[in-house]
Design a protein around this ligand. Structure first.
Ligand code: IMP
Length: 183
């Protein structure tokens, strides 16, 4: 669906489908250059990264492997707690692998900080992060993400995989959720 289909729940469209597509293509050219001659394992974080992963992986002009992890941050609502639990672990052994974590958003940074050190402890050759969105003003921990699609303001956004209470993930664009929806 498009933002116009749920216009009453949104305050503004932040990124259009076309802007997202163009930026992902540019990131893919960088990734192709950086990983030339090396195998690459993309790790998507369920469920938010499903759209980014699907579009990024198909835009890459090279072979990659994909695996998925599901983590749950304790606490409900719109705030991350930093206490993370693995709900679904990887099927892949990371020893000696070049790993690129594909994420929807770096908000506080707490989830990715935990995830990166968890993956690093499994003996990979390298671990880097690719996030479509980053909210610099919300950072509680500085995350060194090698690829960032867009820096966005500190507002709660939905669409392109990002949800509020499991809704709006299937929006084609990224929009700001209207406060009346979660107030
Ligand atoms: P962090 O640990 O605060 O960096 O964020 C953890 C997770 O919270 C992200 O992977 C998202 O799934 C979710 N999240 C953070 N900000 C937003 C938002 O604006 N909209 C929807 N989900 C978000």
């Amino acid at each position: 669906m498009e933002s116009a289909d749920v216009a009453n729940d949104l305050t503004e469209v932040l990124l259009t489908e076309q802007q997202i597509r163009d930026r992902i293509a540019a990131m893919c050219r960088e990734i192709e250059r950086d990983y030339e001659g090396r195998d690459l394992l993309l790790i998507g974080v369920l469920k938010g990264a499903v759209m980014v992963m699907a579009d990024l992986a198909r835009e890459l002009k090279r072979d990659v492997e994909m695996d998925w992890m599901a983590v749950s941050s304790y606490g409900a609502g719109t705030q991350s707690s930093g206490v993370v639990r693995i709900v679904k672990d990887l099927d892949t052994d990371l020893a000696g692998r070049h790993v690129l974590i594909v994420e929807d958003i770096v908000d506080s940074g707490l989830t990715l900080s935990w995830l990166r050190s968890n993956l690093q402890s499994r003996g990979p050759a390298s671990v880097e992060i690719c996030a479509l969105l980053r909210k610099p003003e919300a950072a509680k921990i500085e995350i060194d993400a090698r690829y960032v699609g867009f820096e966005i303001p500190n507002a709660f956004v939905v669409g392109y995989g990002l949800d509020y209470a499991e809704r709006y993930r299937n929006l084609r664009d990224v929009s700001v959720l209207a406060p009346h929806v979660y107030a």
